[in-house]
Design a protein around this ligand. Structure first.
Ligand code: AMP
Ligand code: ZN
Length: 469
């Protein structure tokens, strides 16, 4: 079965065909964090979905180039800095750093590029794009000195969100402080400087000001990936107006179709409502780490439901994630013990298959994929109970797991020792602390007799399976 994804643009499942002639290279653009506060785990649901997407595409042999922008200038970042009484760059720097720490904890693969909107070369690109839009009649400077996109001049406006624009039609000009615009739906490309902006601003042909949020993404995406890209992602709240605006601006400049596949993930909810800063119903990663959950447990909890289905955040859900990972850990210990043994058991015909990967081919159906994973765990555990899985089969399953884990990335960093071995290792570490060298040597022999090797390194004792043991 070919890979297929649900494209928000067509509202249909579509077979995936990259633009690249070799069919192997893919560009992905993902809207990144607005660094005005620490991201909450709702944001990370979106980033983990994107990580799953990239890793699965890579497992399927594609070469992925991914860009994730950092929004470090907009209304919220400016307000945040003003309220903290520090310069914008200082305020955003701390949240950028926190973001990079958090993605590492969650094992999210780093994008190839993390462009920041305030980088001079992107500001220049934004100004260039806005000038082109004005020259084509697609944008205008209003009395308030800000520049707006003229949505009536872009017939496809509303196609992504499947919006009926007549609902947005305004008769005549809207008299409102915020709206010096021709149409209520016209969005800002360039915002004229005002006092609240303080020292934040750039010179432009339209006077001092700053870019609107939407043009930032159009400029960074095309500057780094070109006029056309394969996949663009974000959470569903990004569809309108943000992504709709990105299409209008980019296609208004290039005249080419900007994005082939639009993928959006549903929200992380708390009691049926979107987890968000404004509702105050959010947790950050440090909040969950303080409660004793690990990065991989949080990763698993945020990943385990299909990206297009809303996911309710609950403590039960966190604990289920913990239990699921413990089952995987136990299973791996058993498989590794068996794989290291001799091939003297009765071999049964139970070899790994493609179910897991094929479920992900089908619009990243992680729920089905995990269903298959735990079904395999049950079956192989049963065979292990009956002594029916030999070393070669156990190895085949471990190789299968390597592929599965290249997408899930939930294995403990170091495979846990079997309980009996862990006990001996701990006793030996204690003996060494007490400088009881005789006991330490006895325990080393005991470990060795069971096929394990204890080595003393500058970082302490390391116990590994003995080669050929
Ligand atoms: P922001 O920093 O607000 O621009 O959001 C960054 C990303 O997180 C965007 O892709 C949003 O769509 C996404 N997002 C925000 N809240 C949630 C949530 N509760 N669940 C899933 N994704 C979210
Ligand atoms: Zn964006």
């Amino acid at each position: 079965m070919p890979l297929r994804f649900f494209n928000t643009y067509s509202r249909q499942l579509e077979d995936f065909e990259p633009r690249d002639a070799t069919g192997r290279k893919i560009d992905i653009y993902t809207c990144g964090p607005t660094v005005y506060s620490r991201a909450h785990i709702g944001n990370f649901r979106a980033y983990i979905f994107e990580d799953l997407l990239q890793r699965h595409l890579e497992l399927r042999g594609y070469k992925v180039r991914r860009v994730m922008n950092i929004t470090d200038v907009d209304d919220k970042t400016i307000r945040g800095a003003r309220e903290a009484g520090i310069p914008l760059t200082e305020s955003t720097a701390q949240f950028k750093e926190a973001f990079f720490q958090d993605i590492e904890t969650l094992r999210i693969k780093r994008a190839d590029e993390f462009p920041a909107a305030t980088d001079q070369r992107y500001i220049e690109k934004m100004i260039e794009m806005i000038a082109t839009l004005i020259s084509r009649g697609l944008a205008y400077q209003a009395e308030d000195k800000s520049v707006y996109f003229r949505i009536n001049k872009f017939p496809n406006y509303g196609k992504l969100a499947h919006f009926d624009l007549t609902q947005l039609q305004s008769t005549g000009r809207v008299k409102h402080d915020e709206y010096d615009k021709e149409h209520i739906g016209d969005f800002a490309l360039w915002k004229a400087w005002d006092e609240e902006d303080g020292d934040v601003g750039w010179e432009s042909p339209w006077g001092r000001g700053r870019p609107g949020w939407h043009i930032e993404c159009s400029a960074m995406a095309t500057a780094l990936l070109g006029d056309q890209i394969d996949i663009h992602c974000g959470g569903i709240d990004n569809i309108f107006p943000h992504h709709e605006a990105e299409i209008a601006q980019t296609e208004g400049v290039t005249g080419k179709k900007f994005v082939r596949y639009w993928l959006h993930c549903a929200h992380l909810l708390v009691d049926g409502q979107k987890m968000s800063k404004s509702l105050g119903n959010f947790y950050t990663l440090p909040n969950l780490l303080e409660k004793g959950y690990t990065g991989r447990e949080i990763r698993y909890a945020l990943m385990r439901v299909h990206y297009r289905a809303p996911l309710n955040f609950t403590w039960d859900g966190m604990n289920e994630a913990r239990e699921s990972l413990a089952r995987i850990d136990d299973w791996l210990v058993r498989l590794r013990e068996t794989a290291a043994g001799k091939i003297d058991k009765r071999e049964i015909d139970m070899q790994p298959d493609q179910d897991f990967e094929e479920a992900l081919d089908d619009d990243l159906n992680i729920s089905a994929a995990l269903g298959f994973l735990f079904e395999k765990i049950r079956e192989t555990n049963r065979a292990l109970d009956r002594n029916e899985l030999d070393a070669a089969s156990a190895n085949a399953w471990l190789n299968w797991w390597e592929r599965v884990n290249s997408v899930l990335v939930v294995e403990e960093a170091i495979a846990p020792l079997p309980p009996g071995i862990a006990k001996l290792a701990e006793a030996r570490a204690q003996a060494r602390l007490a400088k009881d060298w005789r006991k330490s040597d006895e325990l080393r022999d005991e470990l060795s007799a069971r096929g394990w090797e204890a080595r003393d390194t500058k970082d302490g004792q390391k116990v590994t399976r003995r080669a050929g043991g």
